[in-house]
Design a protein around this ligand. Structure first.
Ligand SMILES: Cc1cc2nc3c(=O)[nH]c(=O)nc-3n(C[C@H](O)[C@H](O)[C@H](O)COP(=O)(O)OP(=O)(O)OC[C@H]3O[C@@H](n4cnc5c(N)ncnc54)[C@H](O)[C@@H]3O)c2cc1C
Ligand code: SF4
Length: 486
């Protein structure tokens, strides 16, 4: 156990963010660099090394949290990093971006603020990179088997790294011009600087994983050819079909899916564009959808110099405390103030968009909304509450409906879908097509990075077993696991 009295003597402290006035002028991560270093060992010392560490169950990866808390408390950063990597291929992604279901499940959280698990995680991995402890781990011998991974988001990357290290020859196919999936082109730079992805790719290349960008399976290479060329295929194509809002005026200029808006801002940061063709500069911006994607649009619009930013959510405002229906150790749906919300803008709850109004040139100018309420379990409009708000740029961030089927991927492979429209798989992450597996949002539906990595790791075990008859690779989750967490 780290510090037997740590949880009694030390209050929870988290990473400090830079002042809002400073950070909205740049795109760097919002945190004060190095602010965790002086406090983190004491924070790790708050861990009680519980007999039943509920944090393990909260985390889909089954991270060995009390073990690395102990090493971090003692300042043994190399050992801490080794324990961290035992269950997680990319802790620098989860340490920055995860909503930390492990902290919601932390036993200390029953009557105190939980251990700052996520901040300990990111400190361990950042120190490991700085110390040169994150090195390539190429396989000792090759199996002679080949695997194609379709999609380079966290699920595809985790599967590829596991399978490469197991000795298989792996190629990752990505339709975009860069590797990373939503980590690269969805999540903005101010939440995670892309240099963190780049150095992982370098590590993976050095281990032997091959990357093929700007190659869309189904369009540039058909499924039959891919199956012929490889012994196994992992589909990690994400759930990238955006949910639309089919109301009058939807066709006006200036109304875009979040995933049309955010990638362009990321491309400016990559140096591909000088300014974004869809910019919030000087405009009244309305973001429809109250989740993470919406918050990323809010933070992006602030940085582009929006005149105002309003975020709409159809559901009521969540509470700030757990309710009886969301007891510890579940992941509760609480009112969240993200870094983007700290930076300004207004949030409206229990409202629904009825239509958009434009000018004579076909550009959106107003969004008409009405208040809604739940009655007998159904969402109903409240008569007399209609109003309009200025809207010169609207982003639709209302979630995703499943994997992209326009490129023929699902049809060409002959894949069965489940009742939610995701690619169906068995307990080994195998689809109905022999040798074809599925991992991440493509099989689970829209989810989280931590689940995507856990899916990639688990599917890799299924593939390894299929190719080699047996596997030493870990499988942290089953396809149906949803317990405790989001
Ligand atoms: C804006 C936004 C912000 C988010 N923020 C967070 C967050 O803060 N924390 C968090 O935990 N989660 C967040 N998420 C969710 C998280 O990013 C996803 O759950 C996760 O990236 C899913 O990983 P994946 O590997 O399954 O798919 P993806 O990351 O979607 O990657 C799939 C990849 O497959 C490629 N592809 C698709 N079809 C083909 C094809 N036919 N051929 C070749 N390539 C193909 C796509 O181009 C894409 O690069 C966010 C999501 C969005 C949209
Ligand atoms: S549940 Fe919390 S206090 Fe207990 S071992 Fe996990 S991190 Fe430490």
């Amino acid at each position: 156990m780290a510090d037997p009295k740590g949880f009694l003597t030390t209050d929870r402290e988290v990473a400090k963010t830079r002042p809002v006035t400073e950070r909205v002028k740049d795109w760097n991560e919002v945190y004060v660099p190095g602010s965790l270093l002086p406090i983190i060992s004491k924070q790790a010392g708050r861990c009680m090394d519980c007999g039943i560490p509920f944090c393990h169950n909260g985390c889909p990866l089954g991270n060995l949290i009390p073990e690395w808390n102990d090493y971090a408390y003692r300042g043994d950063w190399r050992e801490a990093s080794e324990r961290l990597h035992a269950t997680n291929n990319f802790p620098e992604f989860t340490g920055r971006l995860c909503p930390a279901p492990c902290e919601s499940a932390c036993v200390l959280g029953i009557n105190q603020p939980p251990v700052t698990i996520k901040n300990v995680e990111v400190t361990i991995i950042d120190k490991a990179w700085d110390a040169g402890d994150v090195t390539p781990q190429p396989p000792e011998r090759l199996s002679g088997k080949t695997v194609a991974v379709i999609g380079s988001g966290p699920a595809g990357l985790a599967a590829a790294q596991q399978l490469t290290r197991a000795g298989h020859t792996v190629a990752v196919y990505e339709r975009a011009d860069r590797i990373g999936g939503l980590l690269r082109y969805g999540i903005p730079e101010f939440k995670m600087e892309k240099r963190h992805i780049n150095r992982r790719i370098e590590q993976m290349r050095a281990e032997g994983t091959k990357f093929r960008t700007e190659t869309e399976i189904g369009r540039d290479i058909d499924a039959a050819k891919l199956r012929k060329r490889y012994d196994a295929v992992v589909i990690a194509a994400g759930a990238t079909t955006s949910r639309d809002l089919p109301v009058p005026g939807r066709e006006l200029n200036g109304i875009h899916f979040a995933m049309e808006y955010l990638p362009l801002a990321n491309k400016v940061q990559e140096g591909d564009l000088t300014t974004s063709p869809i910019s919030a500069a000087g405009k009244h911006v309305v973001v429809i959808g109250g989740g993470d994607t919406g918050a990323d649009c809010v933070g992006t619009a602030h940085r582009q110099g929006a005149a105002s930013v309003t975020q709409l959510e159809i559901m009521p405002k969540p509470g700030e405390e757990r309710t009886a229906g969301q007891p510890w150790p579940t992941f509760p749906m609480l009112y969240k103030v993200t870094s983007a919300h700290e930076e300004g803008g207004e949030r409206l709850y229990s409202v629904s968009t009825t239509h958009f109004e434009g000018d004579e040139d076909g550009n959106v100018q107003w969004l008409h909304l009405i208040e809604v309420e739940f009655k007998d379990g159904k969402l109903e409009q409240k008569p007399g509450t209609e109003r309009k708000i200025p809207a010169q740029l609207v982003t639709l961030a209302m979630g995703f409906t499943g994997t992209d089927q326009k490129n023929g991927l699902v049809e060409q492979f002959g894949l069965e879908l489940d009742e939610r429209g995701n690619i169906a798989r068995d307990a080994d992450f195998a689809t109905n097509v022999p040798g074809v597996f599925v991992a991440g949002d493509a099989g689970r539906g829209q989810s989280l990075i931590v689940w995507a990595i856990a899916e990639g790791r688990s599917a890799a075990r299924g593939v390894d077993r299929y190719l080699a008859g047996t596997s030493e690779l870990p499988a942290p989750i089953r396809p149906t696991d949803r317990a405790l967490t989001v």
